[in-house]
Design a protein around this ligand. Sequence first.
Ligand SMILES: C[S@@+](CC[C@H](N)C(=O)[O-])C[C@H]1O[C@@H](n2cnc3c(N)ncnc32)[C@H](O)[C@@H]1O
Length: 477
Amino acid sequence: MEDITDLEQHLPRHVEDYLRADYLHPEAVQAQGADVAERRFRAVLRRLQLPPSFTCVRYNSLHVSPAEAASLLGSHVQQHGQVCGGEIPVLHHPQVPDILLVPVLETRVQQEHGLPQVVVAVECGNAVLRGAHVYVPGILAAPKTMRAGDRVAVFVDIGGQCRRGTVKPLCGPVLFVGNGVARLSRAQIFLKDGVTSGIGVSMTEPLYFSPSFENLPPSIFFPQNLPCVLAGHVLDVRPGLRVLDMCAAPGGKTTHIATLMGDTGEIIALDKTAAKVQKIQNNASRLNLKSIQTFCCDSTQAIASGPHTGKGHPPFPEEYFDRVLLDAPCSALGKRPCLGFPASLRQLQSYAPLQRKLLAAAVALLRPGGVLLYTTCSVASAENERQVAWALRTFPQLHLVAQEPHLGGQGLPGAGLDPQHLRLLQRFDPGSETEDGVCGVSTTPRAPHNLDRAITDTIGFFMAKFTKLPISPQSLI
Ligand SMILES: C[S@@+](CC[C@H](N)C(=O)[O-])C[C@H]1O[C@@H](n2cnc3c(N)ncnc32)[C@H](O)[C@@H]1O
């Protein structure tokens, strides 16, 4: 049984190789030095499996002031934070106006011999590391004698070898994520007609503690990772613009954009999956936003071919939008924590061609002088820097521009981009140097007030901001 604090890495070999090619690319090694490049690579593999140092919550700046938001979240956090004891700070970020940060505390709870062991699936384990309880569908195994009220130790089946309902000792690798109290007996969980939803184990002593954000007022708060919130600011929107969000579900960034635009202007949100489009609508109405129009549409097909096309719904005329956000479908190799990664190498490699098709559509739909923001939640260069290099080669009218705010690191060398281009990119890299100077693997405990960590220890995320020429002085907006 492994302790997460000793965790080496449990990503499958092909995922490790996929990232090694980027992080240990000869250009990256030359630019950073072999030692730093290797440490950074190891740190990424390790840190992807741990939760970020802070949970970020965006508040609806149309409805509450920063002080009101902090006070509301503060009392919620103190109410739901007793497990941990002590006061949990709620922090503003000096450069991002509409977020609050709550530290994810490392409790260093120890494994205890003799406690009954509950084994949960990887997705459930990821959620537990971000502060959730164990829900019944995530439970794979529990001892025969387990009763409601028993104290139990919770392990994640990182090897994917545990059959649901088993009582046999586990042969594959598992990882300890904390202790809790069973709310149900084994029979209630696994017998035919048993309980299929709700909390199965309350995590009273989690390895990483973060208060629950489940019951926050839905019209005011929206949990969203810090780099994702930054994307809305970097897009540089204002009331009255015509904005396209090409891959919008579930609408985290669309709803932020609408908020930044004062819920005015024309905001078109597309997603190719109908059920996901419904989620954008649900999130928009939860936040009382009226300006977002949603369409179920494959964005690679969103450009009209003839001159007599309807405006305001897809397909759109070329050069129709002032701002285009392409938050591209990606491998998600930046989401944290990520205790296992089910995608095959083929699936990993399938994203780049789709991203290029979407980029080509984005360029066509953007008006000269407008802004295109390309983002992914992956750390893989194949989905990031190499896509930027391809876009600059393929569309001579595209130019990289500076991002504001710029809180992340620069692009990773190795894609053939020159240093000036790399500096214009914004890469949130979990393997980057921390304030204590050690790549990713901090020797000091997480400090709940250290806002540097809120930037260096986030999910992996990438942003490239382009504008399109020709720019005449009138078309600059
Ligand atoms: C990274 S997620 C978007 C997250 C979203 N921007 C947010 O902030 O909440 C990518 C989305 O792209 C959608 N998608 C994938 N291929 C697409 C396509 N060809 N056209 C439109 N949407 C697509 C997926 O359904 C998925 O919802």
